[in-house]
Write a protein that binds this ligand. Structure first.
Ligand SMILES: NC(=O)c1ccc[n+]([C@@H]2O[C@H](COP(=O)([O-])OP(=O)(O)OC[C@H]3O[C@@H](n4cnc5c(N)ncnc54)[C@H](OP(=O)(O)O)[C@@H]3O)[C@@H](O)[C@H]2O)c1
Length: 280
């Protein structure tokens, strides 16, 4: 298997985050460990998991089996909202590390906002976890513009990203602008729209002009804006396909044409997870 070149990164809040990572939601058991190991052998340097994915043990296995040095990999995990009260948050973070077999993660995120626990308490605990050395950086996920602002005001440590659903079919311009305002990276989850980008005619036509697939154009559209992407695949050949996005550039007209695919209601992920239905 040939390897991919060095992966560019973005800097935000003092963190250097590789622009491409492997998403692992729904990867289980041996498939998960194998995909993480192979991705790292191929040249990926960023892996995204969460306590809710119930695969941190396998992600840890893949990390250790790859032989890649710990400091060369950026590992993100996320705390589930039911663990947001301070003692539970610290306990959950320690349990994540035990499952991953790591002393610290590179990035620890609040997975979804939880209106049942005061944000100040949760962020206080998250900042303490960072100060105690369990996480090199901290951040948030699924936070809206209003919640980003609150979180930045409260946190005593930099919040380095908001991980949100982001792909060409969803208008996330407000959240992206808010993150830039506070020196936070945008980490795009479901960056190929859960696989549906491959069927899009505009992306496929633009891809043909660059000898790239629709999925590659979709990912390129994001990284070309400095947005981190964490596509997930369970297929070895797609690891290489999803990584081959740094050797071509989309023109301004192509970027505009792709941006025009966005809708305000283009969300694929169910926000009912959070226990709230209306956000802004
Ligand atoms: N923070 C959050 O709340 C949150 C929520 C959702 C996801 N995430 C994170 O973001 C990651 C990615 O999001 P996601 O898994 O929802 O969606 P995604 O990465 O946009 O799409 C994954 C789907 O696309 C297919 N696929 C992968 N590469 C492809 C390619 N080159 N061409 C065509 N199809 C392709 C995969 O199928 P195959 O397996 O068959 O390749 C899979 O069905 C997750 O794994 C997770 O780590 C975070």
């Amino acid at each position: 298997m040939s390897t991919i070149g060095p992966i560019p990164w973005v800097e935000a809040g003092g963190a250097r985050i590789p622009l491409l990572g492997l998403g692992t939601w729904d990867l289980r058991g041996r498939t998960c460990a194998r995909m993480v190991e192979q991705a790292l052998r191929l040249g990926y340097r960023h892996v995204d998991t969460a306590e809710m994915y119930d695969n941190e043990r396998e992600v840890g296995e893949g990390l250790h089996a790859s032989g890649v040095k710990r400091d060369d990999v950026f590992v993100t995990t996320k705390i589930w909202p039911s663990h947001f009260a301070p003692p539970a948050l610290e306990r959950a973070a320690r349990e994540c590390l035990a499952r991953l077999r790591l002393n610290a993660v590179d990035l620890l995120l609040l997975h979804w906002p939880n209106p049942q626990v005061p944000l100040a308490e949760t962020l206080g605990a998250l900042c303490k976890v960072k100060r105690d050395g369990l996480a090199r950086h901290i951040g948030i996920s699924n936070f809206t513009v209003a919640l980003i602002e609150q979180a930045v005001r409260i946190a005593s440590e930099p919040l380095v990203c908001d991980q949100v659903e982001c792909h060409p079919f969803l208008d996330q311009s407000k959240v992206i602008a808010e993150c830039r305002r506070y020196d936070m990276a945008v980490v795009a989850y479901s960056p190929i729209a859960r696989g549906t980008a491959r069927n899009d005619k505009v992306l496929a036509r633009i891809g043909a002009a660059h000898h790239k697939t629709a999925a590659q154009v979709c990912l390129r559209f994001l990284v070309q804006q400095g947005i981190v992407v964490i596509p997930r695949t369970s297929k070895l050949e797609r690891l290489a396909e999803n990584a081959a996005i740094f050797d071509f550039e989309l023109g301004a007209g192509e970027m505009q044409e792709i941006a025009a695919l966005a809708h305000r209601d283009g969300r694929l992920v169910d926000w009912a997870y959070s226990g709230r239905t209306k956000w802004d």
